[in-house]
Design a binder for this molecule. Sequence first.
Ligand SMILES: [Fe+2]
Length: 424
Amino acid sequence: MTVTDIHGHVLSGASPQAAEHYQQALDAYHRYGGKPMKHLARALADSPGFVMAHLLKTYMTGVGTDPPTQAIGRAALADARGLPADSREQAHRAAAEALLGGRTRAAGRILEDIAVEHPRDLLALQAGQLVDFLTGDARMLRDRIARALPAWSEGMPNHHALLAMHAFGLEETGDYARAEAAGRRAIELEPRNGWAQHAVAHVCEMQDRRSDGVGWMRGNPCAWSDDSFFAIHNAWHLALFHLGLDEIDEVLALYDGPIYGERSTMPFDMDDAAALLWRLRLREIDVGDRWSILADAYAAQPRGQSAFDDVHAIIAFVGAGRDAEAGAALADMSTATLLTNDNAAVTRDIGLPVAQAMVAHGRGRHGEAVDLLREVRNGAARFGGSHAQRDLLDLTLIDAARRDGQTALERALLAEREAAKPVA
Ligand SMILES: [Fe+2]
């Protein structure tokens, strides 16, 4: 008997019961909350040869996580190898292989082809949008999703997730009004969708609507913070709104609470912590021993997997005044440029100069920081993240220009910034 999912995609190796557990895992994954791993465990206990269940586990754990979690993803991919699979499932397996093999852009292309053929394959769209996020491809963040819209309609299961992804893509391409409308509609359909909550927060951030942002995040905080694996990043966005309002006590309370209170060892979470402390540093706000605690955590992490993560590690070492570790991390980044994965080129072209700029800023060589950042900032999207995350580069450049006495440049950069953030 052939078992399929709710859209008719074949689920090789699955019993009907396992397929139900898998769908529950997907439902959770698509809203960035709940317990998808628990549902996957049930699916695989029932049907160990269920290839897509193994691959969903790989997508969830294999990239952007700490080494123990990555090991789960690698083991799941190993379990998926050799299992019966149809052409769509084989393509997912190839995408997962590419993703874990550091061929990120190739993974994005395979996932693109899956979704072109199967526009209701929401997993292909979501994993693909993750790739677009990792590669900083704003146009694909929007268009990968836009292509699938004709195959979807209101009332279909998890339509909220499609809207949320489209909202984020629209935001990263500057279409703020449509982004906000799509994100708010997604939240109406599923208030716990952490990605939709996030997309609207990004619109508020890009439009400098700080009070609106606080209102949006504080309006229904349990929906995006309880039982969500995106709560830390959303709390980081709330902290940015408070920072914009000069409410430093709120910022520190969020840092000590939802952002870094539990001292997540996931690089993506740690990067938010580092970026927030750096923004406070640029304002010359004393953060006590927070830098050294974070630097200790980064010291235990591997290097050379992600230029984005390595830059944030160096930010933490600079912030903590640990020059030797910052220098060693720079050397690790140089070594990473010698590899043959996608990260090598990104590290060479973007990550390393940005990291050198941060070190220069930390050592008071502000003219050098200006030169390094001016050289790379317009291409910095390649090292991933969002406009809001990469804004750290612009903020550092403006600060370095000011400290170096380059007042005309500082004035020009501030004017550029003001013009790019019109209030809606
Ligand atoms: Fe974000």
